[in-house]
Write a protein that binds this ligand. Structure first.
Ligand SMILES: [Zn+2]
Length: 329
């Protein structure tokens, strides 16, 4: 699209040895596509927004890669970047404490939490943006995740700009128990306030999107988009099959299946997301202008009625005036 992956390419050039031969072949020089099993050259895949050129399989992306792909260059300003997760329940499991897990994940992922929020422009149109990072504990929704989303929503209301969420998640973050589940109600309540302010929420569901995120804010959007073949659901298909003891239909929980059943409004391939977003933002902007004009017209009409009313109420007073004038003439 715009070659932005060049900046973030994992490919590191290999120093040639004395004879000018490569000493080794980097592991990530070639990638096997899970969609068609073809071997793809990493650089070519990155240049193609990590979409397989053979079968259009959409590989997963990190949050910052998505932001770079979607927004105008240099326009992204991050919000709430220093809110840090805590361990309110003193949770620990076989692999140690939740704090320890967070610390390791932060070091490995280079992020402090599973969601990145901020504002940016897309083709010059401003929007608030909240993007999940699946590499951070499966982008599970804990209290910081919810708080960052709510703060971004409130900032969108304050600035009068739309909100876009790009979602991928394994669901609620079990390490935070009820604090995590509370985020479902908290985020949806914030989105209700956004709707009441007449501002749209555009949601993009990417692979995989499950659990409390699908069951809350991600699917209560004005427009729900999904990447091709993204898996979206609440519980996974195997759990549903085991629980209901029924065979699930083919393609169950794919974006295409959800589109057919009315859970998703649009399937948008990665290279089209920027254009589609700009187009939706233009539609909503126009709708707001039309609504503002209609409201101004209604106000003017109401004002006009006041004039009529006051004219009528003034009429008896004017009549004697005219009569007086008449008399004077
Ligand atoms: Zn492929």
């Amino acid at each position: 699209m715009r070659g932005f992956f060049h900046r973030q390419s994992k490919f590191q050039p290999v120093d040639p040895d004395e004879n000018g031969n490569d000493q080794s072949i980097p592991d990530d020089l070639w990638v096997k596509c899970p969609g068609c099993n073809e071997l793809l050259y990493s650089k070519e895949l990155n240049d193609n927004l990590r979409v397989c050129p053979k079968c259009e399989h959409h590989f997963r992306l990190r949050a910052r890669e998505r932001i770079a792909m979607l927004t105008d260059v240099g326009s992204f300003q991050e919000w709430s970047s220093r809110i840090l997760p805590q361990n309110p329940l003193g949770f620990a499991d076989g692999s140690g404490t939740y704090e320890g897990r967070l610390e390791r994940t932060q070091r490995k992922s280079g992020e402090l939490e599973a969601v990145i929020a901020g504002e940016a422009t897309v083709e010059g149109k401003p929007l608030a943006l909240v993007v999940c990072d699946f590499d951070f504990l499966g982008a599970s929704m804990g209290s910081v995740f919810g708080e960052k989303l709510v703060r971004a929503t409130e900032a969108a209301i304050e600035r009068g700009i739309p909100l876009m969420t790009i979602n991928a998640s394994g669901g609620a973050r079990m390490h935070e128990g009820l604090f995590s589940l509370m985020q479902m109600a908290k985020t949806v309540a914030a989105l209700n306030r956004l709707g009441a302010a007449g501002l749209p929420h555009l949601s993009v569901l990417t692979d995989p999107c499950y659990g409390g995120v699908t069951a809350s804010y991600a699917t209560v959007a004005d427009v729900v988009m999904a990447e091709p073949k993204a898996m979206v659901g609440f519980a996974g298909p195997r759990v549903i099959e085991q629980t209901t003891k029924q065979k699930l239909p083919e393609g169950f929980q794919t974006a295409e299946f959800l589109l057919e059943h009315g859970m998703v409004d649009l399937i948008v391939s990665r290279d089209q997301l920027r254009v589609m977003t700009a187009s939706l933002l233009t539609h909503y902007e126009n709708a707001r202008v039309v609504a503002a004009e209609a409201s101004a017209a209604v106000n003017a009409e109401a004002h006009g009625e006041d004039i009529v009313v006051s004219f009528h109420s003034m009429a008896p007073e004017r009549a004697p005036d005219s009569a007086q004038t008449g008399e004077a003439l």
